[in-house]
Design a protein around this ligand. Structure first.
Ligand code: C2E
Ligand code: MG
Ligand code: MG
Length: 278
């Protein structure tokens, strides 16, 4: 069944969307350095909708883009306030589509919501998700420059896949690049030639990022072998099913609160996850 824009507006109004959060872990010491917020929609009509498909529909309409990102910011900021009350303070990374970053009111809305919810901009990261090509580079540069000046972290998501081109290293303000799971998983592929080519690509991306003074996050780490590979190649941080899948708030909060001495260590996740995996 086709999902209509009207159904998406209705889903937002009826609070059918939720956010799951996935930890990002520092490779040097295992500490959690942030959480990525990822949208989830279990529609009464369509069942579980693939987030990538949902975002594609949202990106096809200016109204939906505005409504969705407003919902995303408010939902996330409310959660940050709740977590702060419980002593859980991590930088949260939000995925912003380039269509939203192009909007002239993008920065003003983020700033006014930050003020309204008393959120420190340092505790927010923006992932530039590039499922669509950039149409107005100057507008995106404007938004990202403003975010950067506020102290927010900016990551180029799924770097060097789809539309996220090398040129963005010079064109877009950012502090971090995220290497897509396609490249990371290929580091341990069975085919030696394929593995070799991807290792060269990842090695070169990391070298380039470091020379430009950027941090590197490896996405989609699923095995210890992949963890070894990204550690050897020198990534700063990683995320992936090996440490933790994106989790609903209640489940993640319980883990984060469970043992304050260990909650920031990835080992804690690795040993506790089998019981709570969703
Ligand atoms: P992304 O931002 O690159 O998010 C990472 C995706 O990889 C997520 O898929 C996550 O669930 C998945 N993932 C994480 N670790 C692993 C792993 O070890 N193995 C595998 N196979 N997958 C892993 P998800 O949640 O389906 O989201 C897909 C994409 O949809 C996101 O890619 C992002 O581009 C977009 N998206 C999701 N939420 C939002 C949002 O709130 N706003 C916008 N604009 N885009 C969003
Ligand atoms: Mg992302
Ligand atoms: Mg990504």
């Amino acid at each position: 069944m086709v999902i209509t824009p009207q159904q998406i507006i209705q889903a937002i109004n009826q609070s059918e969307f939720t956010l799951h959060y996935q930890p990002i872990s520092n490779l040097a010491n295992g500490e959690i350095t942030g959480l990525e917020a990822l949208v989830r929609w279990h529609s009464p009509l369509h069942g579980k909708v693939d987030p990538a498909d949902l975002i594609e529909i949202i990106e096809s309409s200016a109204t939906l883009i505005a409504r969705f990102h407003r919902w995303l910011l408010i939902k996330c900021f409310r959660q940050m306030v709740e977590w702060q009350k419980q002593g859980i303070c991590y930088r949260i990374f939000l995925n912003f589509s380039v269509r939203y970053l192009e909007r002239p009111d993008c920065f003003d809305l983020v700033r006014s919501l930050l003020e309204q919810y008393q959120i420190n901009p340092n505790s927010l990261g923006i992932e530039v998700t590039e499922s669509q090509p950039i149409l107005d580079l100057a507008a995106i540069q404007f938004s990202l420059n403003q975010f950067e000046q506020l102290g927010m972290e900016i990551a180029l998501d799924d770097f060097c896949t789809a539309n996220c081109a090398l040129a963005y290293l010079t064109d877009l303000p950012h502090n971090t690049i995220k290497i897509d799971r396609k490249f990371i998983q290929a580091l341990t592929a069975a085919n030696a030639e394929y593995r070799y080519r991807n290792t060269i690509i990842v090695e070169s991306l990391i070298e380039m990022a470091f020379k430009l003074g950027k941090k590197v996050i490896a996405e989609g780490v699923e095995s210890h072998k992949q963890l070894e590979a990204v550690t050897f190649l020198g990534c700063d941080a990683y995320q992936g099913y090996l440490i933790c899948p994106p989790l609903p708030v209640e489940v993640l909060t319980e883990i984060l609160l469970k043992d304050r001495n260990y909650h920031a260590k990835s080992d804690f996740f690795l040993t506790n996850l089998p019981a709570i995996a969703v």
